[in-house]
Design a protein around this ligand. Structure first.
Ligand code: 13P
Length: 264
């Protein structure tokens, strides 16, 4: 399948998980805000924890880096103790919300059904869902990667039309590559991205070749391997955990992503 990415900006997402305290997150956001190498040729966002979202969003209010949440409740409002509503995220002026990270699926019982509800609720409220999908090691070994991804995608997109699906950032995050020393191989990741693109293309009659869908790779991306990944024709961006916590590697990855159109 030929790629034609002139309409899409490359993407650099940073998932801060629960690594930073609120004061540390504010410090990092302040440093990012002062960075002189950032530019709007990249679609970029950071995802801090809930308690510091508002402050980080204020710190980055004039920065090209956007802010999003790591999760939200599948219901609009009501008796859901300990949850955070889509309304709160919208009121804060956020643009993005991460949905279905593998840590949330495996540790906090996010299911295909709740993920589908969250995706639809986010889209209805004009938030961009960053939908995480990926196979675990057992599925990879048993060569069930495509099957797992197809299930993740079909269930998450149940009732989501073409125009809405184009808003979503699909984050391919092989579970076996998250939090490791090495990412998935660039070619392996590219082939999986191609499969995801073809699947999305087949799900929507309106789609010409799947090129309009945004698909990023996550799982042990570093300043050292980002270039190899970004060279791949089907990888539209990277989603970075640990290596986004240090300004030096943050800036290096940002630069690689911003120059990635020349790499392809
Ligand atoms: P690491 O980059 O730390 O492996 O985390 C990736 C990730 O889970 C991004 O969502």
């Amino acid at each position: 399948m030929e790629r034609n990415d002139f309409m899409k900006k490359p993407i650099f997402g940073a998932g801060w998980k629960m690594y930073l305290s609120d004061s540390e997150a504010c410090q990092l956001a302040t440093i990012i805000n002062k960075s002189t190498i950032l530019n709007d040729s990249v679609e970029s966002y950071v995802l801090p924890t809930f308690t510091v979202l508002d402050r980080v969003n204020n710190i980055l209010s004039d920065c090209v880096v956007n802010v999003g949440a790591q999760n939200m409740c599948y219901e609009h409002s009501g008796a859901f103790t300990g949850e955070v509503s889509v309304r709160s995220l919208v009121e804060m002026g956020l643009k993005y919300v991460e949905i279905g990270h593998s840590e949330r699926r495996s540790l906090f019982n996010d299911t295909h059904v709740s993920i589908n509800r969250k995706v639809k609720l986010a889209l209805e409220n004009k938030l961009i869902p960053i939908l995480c999908i990926g196979e675990d090691l057992n599925d990879k070994i048993a060569m069930r990667t495509n099957e797992v991804l197809e299930m993740d995608i079909r269930t998450a997109l149940f009732g989501v039309d073409y125009e809405a699906a184009k808003e979503i950032i699909f984050a391919y995050e092989p579970i076996w590559a998250i939090g490791q020393q090495e990412s998935a191989g660039a070619e392996y990741a590219n082939n999986v991205h191609m499969f995801i693109r073809q699947l999305l293309n087949s799900l929507y009659d309106e789609s010409q070749n799947g090129d309009e869908f945004k698909i990023v790779y996550g799982g042990s991306v570093t300043a050292g391997n980002a270039e190899q990944l970004m060279k791949q024709p089907h990888i539209d961006g990277v989603f970075v955990g640990r290596s986004s916590l240090d300004i030096e590697s943050y800036e290096t990855i940002f630069r690689i992503v911003s120059e990635s159109q020349d790499l392809k």
